[in-house]
Design a protein around this ligand. Sequence first.
Ligand code: PEP
Ligand code: MN
Length: 336
Amino acid sequence: MIIILKKEAAESQVNGLISLLESKNIQPHVSRGSLQTIVGCVGDVSRLDPGILEALDGVESVQRIQEPFKAANRKFHPEDTVVDCSGVKVGGGSFSVIAGPCSVESEEQIVAIAKSVKASGATMLRGGAFKPRTSPYAFQGLGKAGLDMLLTARRETGLPIVTELMDFKDIELFNDVDVIQIGARNMQNFNLLKEVGSYTKKPILLKRGMSATIQELLMSAEYVMASGNENVMLCERGIRTFETALRNTLDLGVVTLLHRLSHLPVVVDPSHATGHAWMVDSVAVAATAIGADGLIIEVHNDPPHAKCDGAQSQTPDMFAGTMRKIAALRKSLFNA
Ligand code: PEP
Ligand code: MN
């Protein structure tokens, strides 16, 4: 971090700044030029608030030269993190497809979908038991009963299960879940992130908030990691923009950016990104080609009657076709 002082900064203001920095265990390196004085900060600046420094009398501006995230930062952890989801690896060249319905509706439904997506090559099963819905009148999920159905589907197929935790009060119900999803709406629920991070080392699938910047997504990952759980997978699921033709605007380039900034695996969700089942195939292929470490795709055996997100749910046949393309693409592009 570099602090640029105002030309007219008084010596007492410079000294006040220096003692403030020293009190925070930062070593200030002052260089006095004929036009400007600048102070370079050496030490752990991640806990310094640039806004507070900028508000000090005598300070012109503050420039960060280091990102505020540490645990998630590739600079301090050059090799890719490989997240182990009960034996299924994601990251560092291991690619995984998580598939299943938006919400668990019945035991027959989730078991049948689990079997069909497994037969097509999915490596994990998704299904919501606690659903964040825009309307309080919409189906809210089956809760604990839904989690039990997911466990049955796992017993029948061996697929690890991924499901969303909305409220920390339910955490004990998730003890047998393999991967905890934190949804877009909770990406900045900092208490939830801290509580989950300190309670469990289970893999966390952290979805990007609807209007979250990449730095905010990484800072949310940082919350989980700083609380003790480094097993975080980032998920790009589209963001809200001026465009209304699609459910969200998929920010696919961030897969490459996130891989540069962070060592954490990046999963893409073509279902919520587009909102249309007929688009999921080509977007899943694009996400694979750009180098995503995994996909999360909604699949339903009867989309017109789905209780949640039917319009964007692939049928098992559509999913099988997408999986064939992805396998061929990964072979030709990545020799995988
Ligand atoms: C979901 O995965 O069904 C979901 C609600 O996703 P998001 O949090 O990305 O909207
Ligand atoms: Mn959904």
